[in-house]
Design a protein around this ligand. Structure first.
Ligand SMILES: Cc1ncc(COP(=O)(O)O)c(C=O)c1O
Length: 384
């Protein structure tokens, strides 16, 4: 029975990624999928892993759990992904892997990064945690690199509460993934209970009206490991691997995933339509927008806006009940201090630091788009 659900779930995912279900590996979270891939690539102490300086702290964490060093590359302010010149300069004889990303779903230079890496026997991984369901130059996100990982945490393209998976196309790595996965722990009864709490809170309590009150409570509960959150406990203050980190996906999560995948196409269409509307507004009003050619074939998971007074705009959003996002308000989201602990040095990535200090994001799964446009009008003077 369990095997059937896992197989059904992998097949459903593989269909979207235009691949075989044998190349899909399921994990308790996206970060765990990344850790498994890095382990299969035999990343270890002395190795360097290049990542864009617009990332989530769980990415450098996975690298550091293996004793390797994350090397941050400044971003291109147009795509919020790695700047190609900075990336080329960051490669050394110790570089084992380059991680590229689809930031908010937006990919860039993936083929160039892949061919650069191949010529130097460096592995590539695509962080597709924001981009499942989107395509890049006609192929599903995650198709170009040796491996890719995806997240199904609750605000991702489709959700299993928390969850993730890997797509591995490199044959040698596929064999190693099977060996690595022999060490996976099974989720416990406590995990099942905290997942059920998460589903209940998300589906019944976290309504739009209560968004701001509940989101604070949810973040507090998850930080203290009382409900399954995106990141909790030691992950935000330490680079030591938490106990019971390397965990498999539960059957309950797979069932949720199968259910939620059914709505994916509708949500992607809504996200795309909203992104176009927001982008048009920003362009028309002389604000920072995204060149439409860059996002022809993908949906923004959140839409980036840059502001000159984040606190003021967040207060206005709370007042107007707009669920404004704060993704990438730090180059290693959501860490706002002690960046050195994750080997991040602000002076090496000035653009990422500047853009992160101006960053906020609009919801793209919003049905009342007019409400967001009215909000943009209200914050017009703060928009950059
Ligand atoms: C860019 C990025 N990478 C990796 C992850 C990790 O995904 P997960 O929360 O499923 O571990 C996230 C999570 O939001 C993310 O935003």
């Amino acid at each position: 029975m369990k095997k059937d659900i896992a197989q059904q779930y992998k097949t459903a995912i593989a269909t979207y990624l235009n691949t075989s279900s044998e190349h899909i590996y399921l994990y308790y979270k996206g970060r765990v999928a990344l850790y498994a891939i890095l382990k299969a690539m035999q990343v270890q102490q002395g190795d360097e892993v290049i990542i864009p300086a617009f990332t989530c702290v769980v990415v450098p964490n996975a690298i550091k759990y293996l004793g390797a060093t994350p090397v941050y590359v400044d971003i291109d302010p147009v795509t919020y992904n790695a700047d190609m010149q900075c990336l080329k300069r960051a490669i050394t004889e110790h570089t084992k892997v380059i991680i590229c990303q689809n930031t908010f779903g937006l990919s860039s230079n993936v083929e160039e990064i892949q061919s650069l890496a191949r010529s130097r026997q460096i592995y590539t991984i695509e962080d597709c945690t924001h981009g499942f369901g989107g395509t890049y130059h006609g192929k599903p996100n995650g198709s170009y690199c040796d491996a890719a990982f995806y997240s199904t945490q609750w605000n991702k393209p489709f959700s299993t509460g928390v969850g993730g998976f890997a797509l591995v196309q490199n044959q040698m790595l596929q064999q190693r993934m099977t060996e690595v996965n022999n060490q996976l722990e099974l989720p416990t009864r406590k995990d099942a209970i905290s997942l059920s709490t998460l589903y209940f809170v998300r589906e019944k309590i976290l309504t739009e009206k209560r968004y701001w009150r509940m989101i604070r409570l949810y973040r507090w509960l998850s930080r203290h490991n009382l409900v399954q959150g995106s990141s909790g406990g030691t992950e935000l203050v330490s680079t030591v691997m938490p106990s019971h980190y390397f965990k498999a996906l539960s059957t309950t999560q797979m069932k949720k995933g199968l259910q939620n995948l059914q709505h994916l196409n509708d949500t992607l269409a809504l996200r795309k339509q909203n992104a176009i509307i927001y982008n048009d507004y920003l362009q028309k009003h002389g604000k920072t927008f995204v060149e439409s050619a860059l996002f022809e074939d993908h949906s923004f998971l959140k839409f980036p806006i840059l502001v000159n007074d984040r606190k003021k705009v967040m207060d206005m959003a709370e007042e107007q009940k707009i669920p404004l996002g704060e993704w990438f308000c730090s180059p290693i989201h959501p860490i706002d201090k002690n960046w050195e602990l994750w080997d991040f040095h602000a002076n090496k990535c000035p653009i990422a630091v500047e853009k992160a200090s101006q960053m906020l994001n609009l919801p793209t799964d919003e049905k009342e788009t007019d409400k967001i446009i009215r909000f943009l009008e209200k914050i017009n003077d703060y928009l950059l």
